[in-house]
Every structure is written in C-alpha cells, then in structure tokens.
Design a protein around this ligand. Structure first.
Ligand SMILES: *Cc1c(COP(=O)(O)O)cnc(C)c1O
Length: 384
C-alpha cells in the first residue's frame, strides 16, 4: 500500500492523536530502518528508547518465534517459565525485592502509585517539575504539564508538585507522603539528569518520613545511560523502580520492581492485568537482557555516548548538551524543524522534545561509524 493510501486510511479511520511524519517503514535491522521504497534511514530514536537492542535482533527474534510457536497466553492464573525467570532476573539484578509485570510504562507507574497508597493509606505522591510519567489517569496526574493535564480534569487527587530544588522537596515530604516519584534522568522534557543533591535529599526525606522513593526508569533504564539501571550510577537507591520501553527488546512489557521493604505490600486481588508478563513478551525481555546486561556493551554505551555528545556540542547553534550514556539532549533554536529536516532530507531519525531540544536515543548496539555518520547528517540538516 502506498503512503498516500495509508494517509487516507488514517484520515478516515484513526483517531487523530498523533502528528505522523510522511514516512512508511517496512523493515528494520540493527540501527537502520527501511522505507517502502527501500531507502535506508539511520535510527537515532529507537522508537523512543524502545529498540535498544536494534531492530529485529536475531537473539530476540529467535526467543519470540520459538515461544510464539509453543505457547502465547494463559492468564496470570497459571505459571509460565519465561515470566518467573524474568522476575528472578530483574529482582536479582536490581533492588532484590519482587516484580509486578505490566504492558506499558504508564501501567507500571499506575502499579507503583497503587502500591505507594496501599503502603500509606491516602498518602500524597510528590513529583517534581518537568516530570513525565505517562498518559493514563494516575500517571497523568503525576505529570505536571498544563497542556497534557488541563483538558482532562478532574485528575486523581493527592499529587503534589515541587520545583527541582532539594529544600523544596524536603519541605514537601512529611508523614502524609506516600511516595516521591522521580526520573533520575527526565526524558520527555528534554534530557535533564536530576542533580545528585536532589536525589540525596529525596532519599533522606523519604527515610525520615517513612515514605517510598520510587524511580521512573522507563526511559533511562535498561542500559540507556551506561549502567543497567540509571540509579546504579549514583549512591542513591530507590525503594522501587518502574521499567518498560527497552525492557522487551521491541515488544510491549513493563515492570514495577520493588526492594525488600515494599515486596509484600500488594496482596492477592489488589492489582492485576490480563496480558501482562505473557510468555512471548517475557521471553523477548529475557533475550533483550541477554544482549544489554553485558559489561562490555555498557562500557561501549558510555564511550559512544561521550563521542556523540562531544560531536553534537560542536554543531553550529548548539548552546548546551546534556548526556548520560546514549541519552543525549542538545539545546538549540528550531529543534523540531531540524528534526524534520534530518528525517526527510538526511534520512536520520531523531526527535525534538520541545521547541529548543533535540533528543538522540540511538540503539545501544550502535557502532562508532554510525555515530559519526549521524553527526555528518545532523550537520548537513543544520546547514540546509
Ligand atoms: C514513555 C514514558 C512513560 C510512559 O510509558 P508508556 O509505555 O508510553 O505508557 C512513563 N515515564 C517515562 C519516563 C517515559 O519516558
């Protein structure tokens, strides 16, 4: 089907919630996407930090096809090996508590919000300015952005917003607080690593008040910043974290992972999901972790991230670069127009998180030559 035919179908039959670019992708391999005419595009967005193992990684494809041919779904009333093995791996490789599987990032945060309120009845949830936690009602209520929230009022009550300031955070946390939610690196609002001082203040305030510190690692986890989990780069350990995006190697799975203290708060009947943790997506996640949970790959993420950030900083018009591993944001005027030109003229897939920030999220298996090629294409898009 031609692009024009797809656009006609969208116009007539699809709710107009997405501003799509006029490009149809039909195939992907590694860091490359191919359109309907066979043109290759260098993918430095990875489906928003989802295809971190690259497109159609053979190890993930094998795990998924083998599992799909054996058993696809049973509901969570029964046991399947991929889910139990994945839970063990996620728990042992991070906070050491227990795991609840979901189908998406927003759902992982919903589970975390329910868990926090179950631990402290009626408690407030403290979030910081610039946060993005998802689009469902609980997650949206934790996302203090006027344009996203206002049309959908009334929201879920009991959310408190504070500036990214240690003193303001400390002042907002009390015996009334159920949890503080933080993204160690804020993604959707322009790649903002939160200062270590703020993370430390959150940890201390939560300890003093008996509240839970919950990290949203949906975008910055699973190797993106050069450690398997973003919290592992700092001295601050949360009580629970949420994951999704890259967790499934391109397949939809999310998880709430707790530490020991919160492992037994949710009880039978408290929460559930029909699809979540199904054998196919759990097998995909296991295979994706085989690829990413590798010290050599994570060291490459840190090295190539530095190379990419240094290259981006030299581009004309770039005022500031913020980077953690292969999560890179560059401030410059006209970022959305630059992203559009990079895509349509240079066949480089990148995006803008707002009017002033270009965001680069290449797959973690990217090579040095591809990093350099992306910089060449960005420079060309900038000088067009
Ligand atoms: C993408 C994202 C979400 C929402 O995940 P969905 O799978 O789109 O529901 C939540 N938090 C952060 C930090 C994200 O980047």
């Amino acid at each position: 089907m031609s692009l024009a035919e797809l656009q006609a179908l969208e116009r007539d039959h699809v709710l107009p919630t997405y501003a799509r670019f006029p490009v149809e992708f039909v195939r992907g391999e590694g860091a490359w996407l191919y359109d309907d005419e066979g043109h290759p595009y260098l993918d430095f967005l990875s489906g928003i930090s989802v295809t971190s193992v690259g497109h159609c990684h053979p190890h993930v494809v094998r795990a998924v096809t083998q599992q799909a041919a054996r058993l696809t779904h049973t509901t969570n009333m029964f046991y399947t090996e991929p889910a139990m093995r994945l839970a063990q791996r996620l728990s042992q490789g991070s906070l050491g508590g227990k795991v609840f599987f979901t189908n998406s990032g927003a759902e992982a945060n919903e589970a975390a919000i329910k868990l926090a309120r179950r631990a402290r009845r009626g408690g407030e949830i403290v979030v910081v300015e610039g946060a993005f936690h998802g689009r469902t009602y609980g997650a949206l209520s934790a996302t203090p952005q006027e344009s996203k929230q206002a049309p959908f009022a009334p929201l879920v009550p009991g959310f408190v917003v504070v500036p990214k300031d240690p003193d303001a955070l400390r002042a907002a946390v009390s015996e009334r607080t159920a949890a503080v939610f933080l993204e160690p690196v804020q993604g959707e609002t322009g790649v903002w690593p939160l200062p270590e001082e703020l993370l430390r203040a959150a940890r201390e305030a939560c300890d003093a008040a008996g509240a839970a510190l919950i990290y949203d690692e949906i975008q910055c986890g699973v190797g993106r910043t050069g450690t398997l989990w973003a919290y592992q780069a700092s001295g601050v350990v949360p009580d629970a974290l949420t994951s999704a995006k890259a967790l499934g190697g391109g397949f939809p799975i999310g998880a709430l992972i707790t530490g020991p203290r919160l492992a037994d708060v949710l009880q039978p009947g408290d929460h559930g999901s029909t699809f979540a943790g199904g054998p196919v997506v759990a097998a995909a996640a296991g295979a994706a972790l085989d690829v990413i949970d590798d010290p050599a790959l994570l060291r490459r993420v840190r090295e190539l991230g530095e190379r990419l950030a240094a290259g981006v900083a030299q581009l004309p018009g770039v005022r500031e670069v913020r980077a953690r591993g292969l999560m890179v944001g560059a401030d410059l005027d006209g970022a959305p127009e630059l992203a559009r030109r990079a895509l349509l003229d240079q066949r480089l897939v990148v995006n803008a998180t707002g009017p002033d920030t270009l965001r680069l999220l290449p797959p973690l298996i990217v090579g040095e030559a591809e990093v350099d090629e992306a910089l060449v294409r960005l420079r060309a898009a900038l000088s067009a």
